[in-house]
Design a protein around this ligand. Structure first.
Ligand code: FAD
Ligand code: NAP
Length: 463
């Protein structure tokens, strides 16, 4: 077993030796896959993966929906990487706050920034701060146990909800709101959200896109799953599909399959009161212009759009003079995530919300990978390919100009600040505790949501 003391000793010995030292910021898929590639390509590089939270895996833990456990199988691979003798996971280190990127660069031969996209995009329209107008990212964090989303104020005592955006996150949110709660209670969804969802009155969910059926961002498997939800009917507006059938033969296969699926579902679009209790209502060509209400939300007002531009799949939405208002007591904004700068020495393009980089390279020894480099789109596989490429580049380019202190130097900085570092063995104690708590209630795990509690468990001696 790789105990902290033995590991520190080995690192101490090699701190002044000519072993390349890489620091990775962020323990999500990009960080783990880049580390995997670096150890594969380089025979001797040592890697420290720094993570803000005491727990690893980024959006695999805090984004991926609880009813999609198979997606989380990637954790097995991350686990192998974390346990590799040349890799060290160091949790509970907030880079930009506990240590600057500049200090990391002084202590490591190369630094890779892979800290994801932790905020969400805003609509910047009136009423966005009204009660029960909720950030989709916070809602996802709430049901997935993200510590700072624990106290989300959401009132599910409403019959109708509007989701703005038609990506896969919007589909996840709709599915969680529309699923029979019995389907969720054997997942790792947090118990407090399950309790609130079990009392939810939401029965109709509008899934609103600003463009048309040919431009949706959700994908076929995710749409198919939601159209098959138990006791729930997906009801489309037939006028949204005028002319679509004729275009089908011109579409590339993935888009054609998705469009065919929507058309098939439209053909069976009727609500049967004996079988259905909930409704999903996808609608198109609507841009939100105002959330109305005084204290709490009463409706969302939309501009009716038309599509402009020659290339069908890239057509833009242009507002007409017409409007539609949808009464609802809950609205969720799901229009994409956004990265933030964490250190002023790192070039950051606030417009695109990305670290300025060219194929992952920021400068001689600074790199970026994953959503913070590419923008907040792409599935785990896309992030993996990007991280493999940049990990390979780092392994190829890394040069040792002078012996760097690596972890030994970083530890000095963190000790002075009194930061409690969580090693992988400490995370495993948290993991074990979560699994045990889950077992007691028939779930694969009950996530611990309080950071102090995580740190307390992490610091217990293992016997
Ligand atoms: P992240 O996963 O966000 O990891 C970044 C890590 O950096 C986090 O652990 C974060 O805590 C850490 N960090 C942030 N700031 C700091 C700091 N200052 N110091 C140290 N560490 C820091 N893809 C699929 O294939 N299937 C799915 O079902 C799926 N579901 C998704 C559901 C949601 C709601 C979302 C948003 C995405 C989903 N994805 C899914 C996409 C997938 O999650 C991403 O492709 C992937 O997580 C991006 O990886 P990343 O490492 O760039 O970012
Ligand atoms: P996304 O795929 O980029 O979708 C964002 C949606 O918001 C689009 O419909 C977009 O419409 C809309 N939008 C953006 N700005 C808007 C505005 N100002 N007004 C109205 N609508 C606006 O983002 P996401 O859903 O956050 O997903 C992020 C990534 O994670 C995606 O690659 C997704 O596939 C992945 N993911 C995968 C899964 C899965 O595999 N099961 C689950 C969740 C997430 P336009 O197209 O018109 O811009």
């Amino acid at each position: 077993m790789k105990t902290n003391i033995v590991f520190d000793f080995i690192r101490q010995l090699s701190s002044k030796s000519l072993v390349p030292k890489v620091c990775i910021v962020g323990a999500g898929p990009a960080g783990f896959y880049a580390a995997q590639q670096i150890i594969k390509v380089s025979g001797d590089a040592q890697i420290d993966i720094l993570e803000r939270l005491p727990v690893p895996y980024g959006l695999v833990r805090y984004g991926v929906a609880p009813d999609h456990p198979e997606v989380k199988n990637v954790i097995t691979t991350f686990n192998k990487t974390a346990k590799h003798p040349r890799v060290q996971f160091l949790g509970n280190i907030n880079v930009g706050h506990d240590v600057s990127v500049q200090k990391l660069r002084e202590n490591y031969d190369a630094v890779l920034l892979s800290y994801g996209a932790e905020q969400d995009r805003l609509l910047n329209i009136p009423g966005e701060n009204l009660g029960n107008v909720i950030s989709g990212r916070n809602f996802v964090g709430w049901y997935n146990g993200l510590p700072w989303a624990r106290d989300l104020k959401i009132n599910l005592d409403q019959e109708e909800a509007v989701i703005i955006g038609q990506g896969n996150v919007a589909i996840d949110i709709a599915r969680i709101l529309l699923s029979p709660v019995d389907k969720l209670k054997t997942t790792d969804i947090t118990s407090y959200s399950l309790e609130q969802l079990s009392r939810s009155k939401v029965r109709k969910v509008w899934l609103v896109g600003r463009r048309g059926p040919l431009q949706t961002a959700f994908t076929t498997a995710e749409l198919r799953e939601i159209t098959k939800l138990e006791k729930c009917k997906t009801l489309w507006r037939s006028e949204d599909f005028t002319g679509i059938r004729a275009i089908l033969p011109n579409l590339a296969r993935p888009r054609r399959r998705l469009s065919e699926l929507m058309l098939q579902s439209l053909e069976h679009s009727s609500f049967d009161e004996t079988r259905h209790v909930k409704e999903l209502r996808p609608i198109f060509l609507r841009s939100p212009i105002e959330f109305t209400g005084s204290d709490s939300l009463k409706s969302v007002k939309f501009a009716i759009n038309k599509l402009e531009g020659g290339d069908l799949l890239k057509q833009r939405a242009e507002a007409t003079q017409d409007f539609e208002e949808i009464p609802c007591g809950l609205a969720l904004r799901s229009i994409g995530y956004k990265s933030v700068p964490i250190d002023q020495t790192v070039p950051f393009d606030s417009k695109s919300g990305r670290i300025v980089n060219s194929s992952g390279k920021v400068d001689e020894t600074l790199y970026a990978a994953g959503w913070v480099a590419t923008g907040p789109t792409g599935v785990i596989l896309t992030t993996m390919n990007n991280a493999f490429q940049i990990g390979g580049l780092i392994a190829k380019e890394i040069k040792i100009n002078e012996a760097k202190n690596g972890w030994v130097g970083l530890k000095e900085i963190l000790d002075k600040k009194g930061v409690q570092v969580v090693h992988y063995e400490d995370w495993e104690k948290i993991d074990k505790e979560e699994i045990e708590r889950g077992k007691a209630v028939g779930k694969p795990r009950e996530k611990i949501v309080n950071i102090s509690e995580m740190l307390e468990i992490a610091s217990k001696s293992s016997n």
